[in-house]
Write a new protein. Structure first.
Ligand code: GLC
Ligand code: CA
Length: 562
């Protein structure tokens, strides 16, 4: 059992991370695109949230095929976002406010416009040839690999200049780097050091499980569904070696934080990545709980069948157990790759939008793991659910739509379904006020503002003591003032309850009970823990329960005694 003596305190376990999508945060020069000056303008707002780390989505030079996840210069700021001077000012402004900055490092692939790739494709004996994965065409067609963003879902792209194919898990403008080449690895480490030397506080490591793959590219097993393919070309044989090397060369030299985006990781192999003694990563985030609302058959489509809360609780429970004694976890319900958390896990109907937003925030900030909150979720922003392709910017959506159209398949039906889970739902501009374009820009925004901005915006919530925003601020303080909410043991209460997610958090003799009704009807909590109204620390209702029956989407944290 954790207690004050045996917990291993680390600053990165105690921080609350705010993920900031700069393209949609605040535009200051009237081009419809958020920029670093916009972040600077909002520094006091960020500070007012109480969060203490900002994770900034990629801001490096990029042709923006995949909005910044295709980098053409790792040491330059994307022109859309501003200059290095702006960056330095932003970093200084964050640090002056006691807020740390982690940047998004895309190490698995570059843009095809990166000078390394430009060189690599020139000739088979170019010095940079081996920076990427090439397959000479005289060997025949390479064994098929599924690509997630490709127009034809084919990860091999033929390049006639050298009569070879190159490999790209994502779009054809995102060729995969060859990590087996030590020059590549050291080039990436030196980029990391460049930014850490500038004073940043760490990295979010994009698709880090993909950096090692079986580069003999054998034929895939027959009759296997594509959704099962990725483990065959991610999580490769040298992944742990590379992470150990990255740790030795970079992380160990700085007091920094890191979080890897880790697909296909299981609870069984989790500690291999984050057990402190192995000197690899500090934390990663998995995807196990994000399947809600997404079809199992084809993850481009939504699934509106019943959501099984009992199963969902098991996922969190199993993951909490993994890190009970070693390593450390992360917790999130939204990011730039998912639809809005309120629409997916809460309820975006007007009657429940605010109350369910607060409930989900309570969940994120009361679990044992480093919490991540995605910008806009602090005010409870919701999906746009666009059903016209003109409203989309995401390469992922557009390429799939066009592919279906070309094949004569039901592309309109696809978009109807996909509109519930599309990534563009969460990338719409931040809603600051009820003025033109929600105060995001005075030009035409790069992605349409959600139409509900007139009533759902920061300014309106600033003035309302009961707003989602002010509730979030209160929760943040509650977590920061109570080590038990960070390190306390986690134990599920009323495990089989199909509507309520309840658990205790215990450290020494202090115990909190968290009760969250995830449904739109009243729900009974079955527990022997004595519950006393006088012990409510925070709740999204003035009176959340009557005789242990909790109102729809009620959230409460009680202090109970043991
Ligand atoms: C990660 C990013 C996503 C991006 C992909 C390719 O999953 O979060 O936005 O499209 O990697 O870099
Ligand atoms: Ca701008």
């Amino acid at each position: 059992m954790p207690n004050q003596e045996n917990i291993q305190r680390k600053w990165w376990k105690e921080k609350i991370v705010y993920q900031l999508y700069p393209r949609s945060y605040k535009d200051t020069n009237g081009d419809g695109i958020g920029d670093l000056k916009g972040v600077i303008e909002k520094l006091d707002y960020i500070k007012s949230l109480g969060v203490d780390v900002v994770w900034l989505n990629p801001i490096f030079e990029s042709p923006n095929d995949d909005v910044g996840y295709d980098i053409s210069d790792y040491k330059a700021i994307m022109k859309d976002f501003g200059s290095m001077e702006d960056f330095d000012l932003m970093l200084k402004g964050l640090h002056e406010r006691g807020i740390k900055l982690i940047m998004d490092l895309v190490a698995n692939h570059t843009s095809d416009e990166h000078p390394w790739f430009q060189e690599s494709r020139k000739s088979r004996d170019n010095l940079y040839r081996n920076y990427y994965h090439w397959w000479d065409a005289e060997k025949g067609k390479p064994p098929y690999r599924w690509s997630i963003f490709d127009k034809e879902n084919n990860a091999w792209k033929y390049d006639d200049k050298t009569n070879s194919y190159y490999f790209h898990i994502f779009s054809e403008k995102q060729p995969d780097l060859n990590w087996e080449n030590p020059e590549v690895r050291h080039a990436i480490y030196s980029i990391m050091k460049f930014w850490l030397d500038k004073g940043i506080d760490g990295f979010r490591l994009d698709v880090i499980a993909c950096i090692s793959k079986d580069t003999s590219f054998p034929e895939m097993p027959e009759n296997m569904h594509v959704s099962k393919w990725f483990p065959y070309y991610t999580q490769g044989p040298f992944l742990h070696d590379y992470l150990k090397e990255m740790n030795r060369e970079v992380f160990s030299k700085y007091d920094c934080m890191n979080v890897g985006e880790m697909s296909f990781v299981t609870t069984e192999d989790a500690l291999l990545f984050v057990d402190e003694e192995r000197n690899e990563l500090q934390t990663f985030y998995h995807f196990d709980h994000t399947g809600v609302g997404v079809s199992k058959e084809n993850f481009m489509y939504a699934d509106d069948t019943h959501w099984d809360l009992v199963e969902w609780k098991k996922i969190f429970n199993n993951w909490d157990k993994v890190f009970a004694a070693k390593g450390w976890g992360t917790i999130y319900l939204g990011n730039h790759d998912m639809s809005r958390m309120v629409s997916r896990f809460g309820n975006d109907r007007e009657a429940f939008r605010e109350i369910s937003a607060k409930m989900l925030q309570t969940f994120i900030l009361s679990m044992r793991a480093t919490p991540y909150i995605y910008n806009g979720d602090e005010i409870g922003m919701v999906n746009t659910n666009h059903t016209k392709i003109e409203n989309y910017q995401d390469v992922y959506t557009i390429n799939y739509y066009n592919q279906l159209k070309q094949k004569g398949e039901d592309y309109e039906g696809f978009l109807q379904s996909h509109s519930n889970i599309s990534r563009d739902n969460s990338r719409t501009p931040m809603q600051w006020n009820d003025k033109e374009n929600a105060g995001f820009t005075n030009a035409s925004p790069w992605l349409e503002v959600n139409k509900n901005y007139k009533t759902l915006n920061v300014a309106a919530q600033e003035n309302d003591p009961d707003s989602v925003l002010n509730y979030f601020r209160e929760l943040v303080q509650l977590r920061k003032n109570n080590l038990t909410l960070v390190y306390g043991a986690y134990e599920l209460v009323d495990e089989s309850n199909e509507q309520i997610f309840a658990y205790t958090r215990t450290l020494d003799h202090e115990q909190f009970l968290v009760v969250l009704n995830f449904s739109d009807t009243p729900a009974l909590l079955r527990t022997t823990i004595p519950i006393n109204k006088g012990n409510i620390l925070i709740s999204n209702y003035a009176e959340p329960s009557h005789n242990n029956i909790y109102d729809p989407y009620a959230a409460v944290i009680y202090k109970t005694s043991i």
